[in-house]
Write a protein that binds this ligand. Structure first.
Ligand SMILES: *Cc1c(COP(=O)(O)O)cnc(C)c1O
Length: 410
């Protein structure tokens, strides 16, 4: 689906004012945009019992978690720390799904102690889980249906070599363990990675889960993970949520009839809910003409937004200080002592030193993947919501960077 007007969330002037008040670099999130994304997804699946478990690794500020809870979402947590953060934000254990990969059994036990839903993603842990809890604690099983539909190889998790999930080809082995330990399997799960969600391919994965489900009589939900594509560029193809809603609802309801029980349909989107709601505001420190290009060097870098360098991700960049300026070609780079390019050969309205640039789609995997490389503090976060602009995280200082350093006698 082609999205119109994808970059219309916050007005340039408002962003400029916010940059002036709070300084740069700065993450700014738009609360209503997040709510609208939740509503869009719920609406597309209104003919089923849909539950949205927000994958909070995308953006985990406690205020954003609360906003999502008020909007009716639960949480998908991938570490015990995310579980505890979600509890602190006010989610009940029942609203939280713990989907770790490669963690110790102790961490899974801590999840059980916290009372959240447990999603098990390998056979060894399933055996230990059954051995320890028998049928006294339900669990969900993460299957890998091995569906892949293009997209960025760095963020796919469904391919044959993936470390995620239990291969659907090992289903017999899974069933043997479930039967002998009498494990109460309350959910089946798949998550094949980001940016792959074409309705048709997705339905293929769903059909495989429906087939597998016939062997699990105690199910309460089927979790289809995420994979929703959002537009990063003006002409990007995105997941048509409405079309998916229609197609999957039909298959899901048919399946429930066959299964003999109405199950819940779960999703765990991260990017879809928060990506477009966020921008990273940066200031141009230097405009540098070289023989090959003109660099716009900004007061941020891959330490604050790693996606362009890590995933080769495209993030649209706009000069909000000079929207009427003559468009020219720039390479926008950070201040880190590494090659940290935000965007090559971008057409921006003429960039002057001191201008503020807005890097779009920075809501997901922006702040949460930031770090202190080069001893650079992480930026502040601001939420625009219900007509108010509020600081929701202070910028770090050198003290924060030194907090856990232990100075010893040498
Ligand atoms: C990261 C993750 C998600 C969210 O993926 P998005 O592409 O951000 O929607 C969902 N489920 C699991 C298990 C994840 O690890």
């Amino acid at each position: 689906m082609k999205t119109e007007n994808i970059f219309d969330q916050l007005e340039n002037n408002q962003l400029l004012e916010i940059a002036l008040q709070y300084g740069t670099p700065l993450y700014v999130y738009h609360g209503e945009k997040i709510e609208a994304q939740v509503a869009q997804l719920k609406n597309a699946f209104r003919e089923t019992t849909v539950r949205i478990k927000y994958a909070c690794k995308a953006l985990n500020n406690i205020n954003i978690l609360r906003l999502l809870r008020n909007a009716g979402a639960g949480v998908d947590a991938v570490s015990i720390h995310e579980v505890h953060l979600a509890l602190k934000a006010g989610f009940t254990p029942d609203e939280i799904l713990f989907t770790p990969n490669g963690v110790s059994f102790e961490e899974i036990k801590a999840g059980v102690d916290a009372g959240v839903h447990i999603n098990i993603d390998n056979i060894s842990m399933l055996e230990r889980f059954g051995h320890t809890y028998g049928n006294s604690v339900p669990c969900c099983i993460r299957l890998n249906p091995h569906i892949v539909a293009g997209g960025n190889i760095h963020i796919q998790t469904g391919h044959i070599d993936s470390k995620f999930g239990i291969s659907i080809h090992q289903l017999r082995h899974v069933l043997r363990i479930v039967k002998s330990e009498k494990i109460n399997v309350s959910g089946l799960h798949m998550h094949t990675g980001s940016d792959i969600l074409d309705a048709e391919v997705f339905i293929r994965g769903a059909e495989l889960l429906f087939e597998a489900a016939e062997d699990f009589p105690d199910l309460q939900f089927i979790d289809f993970g995420s994979g929703f594509k959002v537009a990063y560029k003006e002409d990007d193809v995105t997941t048509d949520v409405k079309e998916l809603g229609k197609a999957l609802t039909e298959r899901f309801n048919e399946f429930c009839l066959r299964y003999g029980k109405k199950l819940e349909l779960w999703f765990e989107p991260g990017k879809f809910l928060v990506s477009e709601a966020g921008v990273l505001l940066v200031k141009v420190n230097v405009v540098k003409q070289t023989t090959a290009t003109v660099f716009a060097g900004v007061d941020s870098g891959q330490n604050h937004l790693i996606r362009p360098m890590f995933y080769d991700a495209y993030h649209h960049i706009v000069n909000i200080s000079n929207p009427e300026g003559t468009p020219r070609i720039y390479t926008v780079v950070g201040y880190i002592c590494e090659t940290d390019t935000f965007g090559w050969d971008r057409k921006l309205n003429e960039v002057r030193e001191g201008d503020t640039l807005a890097i779009k789609n920075a809501g997901a995997y922006g702040y949460t993947m930031s770090n202190n490389y080069n001893a650079r503090p992480r930026p502040a976060e601001v939420l625009v919501y219900k007509g108010k602009v509020q600081l929701i995280r202070k910028a770090e200082t050198l003290d924060d960077i030194m907090r856990n350093m232990v100075e010893v006698e040498l």
